[in-house]
Structure formats: structure tokens, C-alpha cells
Design a protein around this ligand. Structure first.
Ligand SMILES: Cc1cc2nc3c(=O)[nH]c(=O)nc-3n(C[C@H](O)[C@H](O)[C@H](O)COP(=O)(O)OP(=O)(O)OC[C@H]3O[C@@H](n4cnc5c(N)ncnc54)[C@H](O)[C@@H]3O)c2cc1C
Length: 464
């Protein structure tokens, strides 16, 4: 006899486990199926352990620059095993936290590899055993995995994916990072700050290509100044590992092909959705380049089958997955949630300096035909930034000149990943420049730059 539920969720990442908690709050009998570790990629192999590593490299950077704060720190060094151990412990703590949350919310956790066998039916393979589950609704939240290069597979020795890069047993001396999205730039920043000689290759004309052009240009200068070599409009044509390193065949902007040997390479060229072998093809669930097609509530084309998170496509972010989970569950429970609005999902890169944004870039807003008012305020005009010794960066705001709608906000500099939420709330509340200008910002804070940027869009900045 199969166990019966109102809802079974396949995959326990930030999409799946958050959906499970909300379902339980709404009175649904819910089970979650996980083949690996509760919490998914985000807290075991993604968002959280990388931030633990980046905290280490940030502190290391400050220790090396102690003198600029009037401090002395001699013989500054590090123990790689302990750095990795701390990051794994942080991940472990959060994994245990999700376990506790499942228990508290009476969510049945089923360990094993799940497959949807028919509408409302799943089987979960647990070694030699199979457990059958039945549910009125099924949410597919199986996430994604790292994309491999067509000509080179990660071996965990010389060629790494993010999983290997997160648990290094030796420090790369000369590192090639392939791809300059958030993950590539974060690893480049970590390893560069820890002393490796880092090169990034990017096929597109600029790094962090989804960000505003001015942000990419600023990051290009900042990372170059830190010693990272950035090769844009550059193709990687080969990657051959050996016992001592990995040789890359690199095609430069001008078409010239050269070879260079690195100690290690990290492949960060995107992800592949986990949609294979989970029964979707047989049920006729529609996909688009591997990603499950859904409407704004997470419904697929097959009644009773829903999908959320990375498996449904960009942006591949934990908070997007969680929010989609909440929407889907509320709809399943008969509520009237708002559909997902992808224009209000913030994106953050936790490198040094940090990058954060929400809404349209200036170029995209122009392309969409808006007449714009653009404000830009530099960190050097902010007292707190100077006091922190972090005077590099800017806050840019893009407004619709006709209505005062905040179309987009783009920030680069210290702690901007903590600041961006102010603008996300403003957009969610459909605030115009008028309310933002009338808002009182605490002094001294970095957030004052958010005010000044709005004022600057209308020629009223005070401190610059
Ligand atoms: C290095 C790195 C850093 C990142 N940093 C950030 C960040 O700072 N901020 C951010 O927002 N996002 C970040 N991300 C992205 C974030 O991790 C993902 O967007 C998020 O984890 C997606 O959540 P999800 O629930 O869709 O899927 P996942 O977290 O991928 O979880 C899916 C789960 O499903 C399980 N599963 C798959 N198939 C089956 C099956 N058949 N049976 C049972 N279980 C199955 C998997 O084992 C997995 O646990 C980062 C990603 C990486 C790789």
C-alpha cells in the first residue's frame, strides 16, 4: 500500500523545503523526497558554503591591510584545511537546521531517488528497496547541476566544478576560471584574495554580463587592480589536464590561439536542469531546453504536476526557488497568490567588491522605450564608506522620467548585497522617486547612498 499525501515534493532545496513548510502551515499532509542532503545545493554546495569561504578571504584581505587601520598583524597566514572545515561546518549546521524544520512542521522526509511514475504517483528507490507514494499534487523541485565543457570533463583533480572548488585540498597557484557569472567571479575573488594568480576567460564582451554595463566596467577595473587577469571576448578551445596542471587552448579577441598552463581550472559556464529520468517524458511534461515550462503559479501542462526553482529556468537563485515554492503551494491549497514577478528578483554577487541589482539595466530600459532619469552616487561621497575604508563603488538608479517609477537599481561596493533589499521593497510597493526622496535615511550608513542616488537622478544630490 502506497503512503498517501496531499502533496509530495521531489527535491529539498530552497524551493522544495520552503514549499513543504508552507504546505504544512496551510494544513496539507506533505512529504519531501531527497536523494542527497536536505537543503539542496544552496545550503550544502552553493550559496552558504561559498559565503563562508568568502568571509575568510575578506578577513584575510583586511588582515593583510591591517596597517591602513592603524593595526599590526605580523605573520598573517592560513590553514586551508581549517578554512574548508569551517565552510563545511556552516553547511552542516544549516542542513541540520532544515532537518529540524521538517520535524517541527511534521513534513515526512523520504530519503532516496524519486521518480514520478504516473499522475499522482511516485516511487522512491532506497538502495534495493522501493517506496511508493501517492499524492493529489506533486511539485518537481529537482534543481540543477554544473554544466560541463563539451571537450573537457571536471576530474576533481585539475579541472573543478563548484563542488570541487569549494573543498580544495591544495591551494591553486595559478587558476583559470571559465565563465564570469556570479559563481565564476565569486570563486575568482576568493582564490585571488587567498593569493592565487587568477585568470578569468569570458566569451562575451564583458564580465558579469547580466549586470548593468557600468557595473561590469567598474568590476573589470576593480578586479584588474586586484591582480585578476580578465580575458573577455575570449574562447576556450581546449583543456587538457596532466599530473601537474591543466593546459588551456585560448582563442583571443583577435582570433589568435595560444596555450597556457594553469595549476587548476574551475568550470563556471552555467547549469543543466535535473529533468532527466524522473518520469517527466512519459507524462508529457513540457520542457524548453531542458527546463520545465510553468505558468506564473508553477503549474506545468500536466494537471497535478507543478515545478519550481532552478529546474524551471532563470534566474537560478535560491530566493526565486523559495518564492516560487510559496506561490505554488498557496495555489494548491486554494489560495489566491500573486503570480511570480521576475522583474522584482534581486541578484547578488558576493565578491570583493560586491554587486547587487534589481530590475532593468539602463540599456534594457532604453531598449524598452522609456525616457529615463538616471542617478549615480559614488561611495567616495559617503562618510560611512570612508570611515569603513571602503570608498570604492557606486549606487545607480534608473527611473521612468514620465512616471517616476523606479525601473532598476544597480550597486557595486562594500555590503551592497545587504542594501539592495531597500530598492526591492520600493519596487514591490510601486514607489516613485517622490516617496524615496522623502524617506529619512539613518546617518552615517551606506544606505544614505541609496537616497543620494535617487536625488542625483533629479539633480538634487547633496554630497557629490
Ligand atoms: C557555487 C554556487 C553558489 C551559489 N550562490 C548563490 C547565492 O549566493 N544566492 C542564490 O540565490 N543562489 C545561489 N546559488 C544558486 C542556488 O544554489 C540555487 O538557485 C538553488 O539551490 C536552487 O534551489 P532548488 O530548490 O531549485 O534546487 P536545488 O537546491 O538544486 O535542490 C534540488 C534538490 O533535489 C534533489 N534531487 C534531484 N533529483 C532528485 C530525485 N530524482 N530524487 C530525489 N531528490 C532529487 C537534489 O539532490 C537536490 O538536493 C549558487 C549556486 C552555486 C552552485
Amino acid at each position: 500500500m502506497a503512503d498517501n499525501f496531499d502533496l509530495v515534493i521531489l527535491g529539498s532545496g530552497p524551493g522544495g523545503y520552503v514549499a513543504a513548510i508552507r504546505a504544512s502551515q496551510l494544513g496539507l499532509k506533505v512529504a519531501i523526497v531527497e536523494r542527497e542532503r536536505l537543503g539542496g545545493i544552496c545550503l550544502n554546495w552553493g550559496c552558504i558554503p561559498t559565503k563562508a569561504l568568502l568571509r575568510t578571504s575578506e578577513i584575510y584581505h583586511y588582515m593583510q591591510n591591517a596597517e591602513s587601520y592603524g593595526l599590526k598583524a605580523d605573520n598573517v597566514g592560513f590553514d586551508l584545511a581549517k578554512i574548508v572545515d569551517r565552510s563545511r561546518k556552516v553547511a552542516g549546521q544549516l542542513n541540520a537546521g532544515v532537518k529540524g524544520l521538517m520535524k517541527k512542521n511534521k513534513v515526512t522526509v523520504v530519503e532516496g531517488v524519486g521518480t514520478v511514475t504516473a499522475k499522482g504517483k511516485l516511487s522512491v528507490k532506497q538502495g534495493d528497496k522501493t517506496v511508493d507514494l501517492e499524492a493529489k499534487n506533486i511539485i518537481v523541485a529537482t534543481g540543477a547541476r554544473a554544466r560541463d565543457l563539451p571537450f573537457a570533463k571536471a576530474d576533481g583533480e585539475r579541472i573543478w566544478t563548484y563542488r570541487h572548488a569549494m573543498v580544495p585540498t591544495e591551494m591553486p597557484t595559478k587558476l583559470l576560471v571559465i565563465g564570469s557569472g556570479a559563481i565564476g567571479v565569486e570563486f575568482a575573488s576568493f582564490y585571488n584574495d587567498m593569493g592565487a594568480d587568477v585568470t578569468i576567460v569570458e566569451m562575451l564582451p564583458r564580465i558579469l554580463p547580466v549586470e548593468d554595463e557600468e557595473v561590469s566596467a567598474f568590476m573589470d577595473k576593480a578586479l584588474t587592480k586586484q591582480g585578476i587577469k580578465l580575458l573577455t571576448q575570449t574562447g576556450l578551445e581546449g583543456l587538457v589536464p596532466s599530473a601537474n596542471g591543466v593546459t588551456a587552448k585560448i582563442k583571443a579577441k583577435d582570433g589568435k590561439v595560444s596555450e597556457e598552463t594553469f595549476s587548476h581550472a574551475i568550470i563556471a559556464i552555467g547549469i543543466v536542469p535535473n529533468t532527466e529520468n524522473i518520469g517527466l517524458e512519459a507524462l508529457g511534461v513540457e520542457t524548453d531546453r531542458g527546463h520545465i515550462k510553468t505558468d506564473g503559479y508553477g503549474r506545468t501542462n500536466v494537471d497535478g504536476i507543478w515545478a519550481i526553482g532552478d529546474v524551471t529556468g532563470a534566474p537560478w537563485l535560491a530566493h526565486k526557488a523559495s518564492h516560487e515554492g510559496i506561490i505554488a503551494v498557496e495555489k494548491i491549497a486554494g489560495g489566491s497568490p500573486h503570480q511570480m514577478d521576475k522583474a522584482n528578483i534581486p541578484g547578488c554577487t558576493y565578491s570583493r567588491p560586491q554587486v547587487a541589482s534589481v530590475g532593468m539595466t539602463e540599456a534594457k530600459a532604453k531598449e524598452a522605450g522609456y525616457e529615463l532619469k538616471v542617478g549615480k552616487f559614488p561611495f567616495i561621497g559617503n562618510g560611512k564608506a570612508i570611515a569603513l575604508g571602503e570608498a570604492e563603488g557606486f549606487v545607480k538608479t534608473v527611473f521612468d522620467a514620465k512616471t517616476g517609477e523606479l525601473l532598476g537599481a544597480h550597486m557595486v561596493g562594500a555590503e551592497v548585497t545587504e542594501l539592495i533589499q531597500g530598492y526591492v521593497v520600493a519596487r514591490q510597493l510601486e514607489t516613485t522617486e517622490a516617496e524615496l526622496m522623502e524617506t529619512v535615511f539613518a546617518h552615517p550608513t551606506l544606505s544614505e547612498m541609496m537616497h543620494e542616488s535617487v536625488l542625483a537622478a533629479y539633480g538634487r544630490a547633496i554630497h557629490y
